[in-house]
Design a binder for this molecule. Structure first.
Ligand code: ATP
Length: 461
């Protein structure tokens, strides 16, 4: 039976558009109120911290109408002023601008969230609190993907509602999905497959280093190729992870807090357990120990794994595959097969997710859940993840047979890097059944360490 409690659905806003669609700024009254059904923010708040704003220097002021967000406008946040430069992007809750501090000149990203309700404003300030906590977690780890640490935040009460501004560290680069589509991650000097593995390895190294810290405090819950940013500068790749709007306290989440919130984020990157929770509700998930454990512990690992596999599949498909030895030919074939299985998964996941979005946009939440529950949507996803893992195992076996000298594989070089990436993906991509043992972010990081793969996490590509 499908879950009939629509209040379990959190925040669908960001994915009510496909990447090709036009963006629009949500108007006051739209923002936050619909995506967060009644009472959800307070429950989410409990997942994030014991008290809401206790001890925070996040300011709330009553004020006149707020300054328009436009190029060259000056806005105040807490006691600092910022000059706006250019629009970085739109989310479903507002716009994000590149700005500079008028006193120090420091470049930051400024996110504006407009809300007609108190709850919406509190949710925005909660995101600010999470971003501030990130700074306390990670002091100075250069191997880490960049994170949007909080600079300052404040809320202004206007005549039409609340306007919350979050000033955070600016992360250079473009969303991964966009960079892949634009071919920004291709290298002309390297074979596309070698380049694909180098990009995947660098991404895994930096994201796992960040998540080793982050996961001790938060689950992000929305890791995907829109929220991973990437910059290529003089051949160096730098990754960043943004949008902690759905993050929850990981300790409380593991201890059963997951029951208080619905499946969230982009369904194309969900685990089987997220699909089960979405279609059949909390009781169904509680009844399956393995899937409950997956949902309580591994959602970020799985969605990051799918983002890396997407990168590997997109980058390695370009270019002629002319093998220089029979071992290399076998490796190419298994990678071709992996790319094909990925394509089938992606088509299925995209179509399924589109149905969900369409249903949510036409107020048919419960109907789509009933339909997906009847179709055993979680089992269908399980079958795809099994196929992806089998294809990964086959690719790993073929790369292990590549000679570890350039003579044996002139195109791909030594197999260590590829094996590290494939083994890491086998830790990350879950079928909901506990064959990963206790492995997590730390083990992923170890597989991609410099001594194992022979490349530094910030190596040129
Ligand atoms: N710290 C940052 N540095 C650079 N760019 C950023 C930063 N934060 C956000 N952006 C840009 O703004 C866009 C929207 O940001 P974000 O995803 O945080 O907003 P949101 O309203 O929470 O969106 P979503 O609808 O995805 O939840 C991002 O896709 C990215 O391009």
């Amino acid at each position: 039976m499908a879950s009939d409690d629509s209040s379990d659905d959190e925040y669908w806003g960001s994915y009510t558009r496909t990447p090709q669609e036009n963006f629009s700024i949500p108007s006051l009254g739209q923002a936050r109120s619909e995506p967060w059904p009644g009472g959800r923010e307070s429950e989410a708040a409990q997942l994030v911290g014991k008290e809401f704003f206790g001890g925070c220097s996040l300011s709330t002021t009553c004020s006149q109408d707020a300054t328009e967000m436009e190029t060259d406008a000056t806005v105040s946040v807490d006691s600092q002023t910022f000059k706006l430069h250019n629009l970085l992007g739109f989310g479903s809750f507002g716009s994000v601008w590149m700005a500079s501090c008028t006193a120090s000149g420091r470049i930051i990203a400024l996110k504006e969230v407009q809300s007609s309700s108190n709850e919406g404003m509190e949710a925005a300030m909660l995101e600010a609190k999470r971003l501030r906590a990130l700074r306390e977690l990670i002091q100075d780890d250069r191997a880490c993907a960049a994170l949007p640490y909080l600079v300052c935040a404040g809320t202004v009460l206007t005549s039409t509602g609340y306007r919350t501004l979050l000033a955070m560290e600016h992360i250079p680069g473009a969303p991964l999905q966009q960079a892949l589509e634009a071919g920004q991650l291709c290298a002309h000097k390297l074979h596309p497959m070698a380049q694909a593995f180098r990009v995947a390895a660098t991404m895994l190294g930096q994201i796992s280093a960040a998540m080793c810290h982050v996961s001790s405090r938060f689950f992000h819950r929305d890791v995907n190729s829109h929220n991973i940013l990437v910059q290529v500068m003089t051949g160096q790749l730098s990754f960043g992870l943004i949008d902690f709007g759905l993050a929850v306290d990981s300790e409380i989440w593991r201890a059963g807090g997951w029951r208080m919130a619905g499946a969230a984020g982009d369904g194309r990157y969900w685990t089987i357990s997220s699909w089960l929770l979405f279609s059949r509700g909390t009781d169904a998930l509680s009844a399956d120990q393995d899937l409950q454990s997956e949902y309580a512990n591994f959602i970020d690992l799985h969605s990051a794994g799918l983002s890396v596999l997407q990168t590997l599949a997109v980058l390695s498909k370009d270019g002629p595959l002319v093998p220089t030895c029979k071992e290399e030919e076998a490796a190419f074939l298994t990678m071709e097969h992996l790319g094909e299985v990925w394509k089938q998964y992606w088509c299925h996941a995209s179509a399924c997710w589109q149905q969900v979005l369409d249903a949510f946009n036409s107020d048919a939440r419960n109907e789509i859940k009933v339909k997906l529950a009847e179709e055993m949507v979680h089992d269908t996803f399980a079958a795809y993840f099994v196929r992806l893992r089998v294809a990964l195992e086959q690719a790993l076996a073929s790369f292990r047979c590549l000679p570890d000298t350039s003579g044996g594989s002139r195109v791909l070089g030594g197999p260590k890097l590829a094996c590290g990436v494939l083994e890491a993906l086998l830790i990350m991509i879950s079928t909901g059944r506990p064959w990963r043992g206790q492995a997590g972010w730390k083990e992923v990081g170890q597989l991609l360490s410099e001594e194992k793969t022979g490349i530094a996490s910030d190596a040129s590509v």
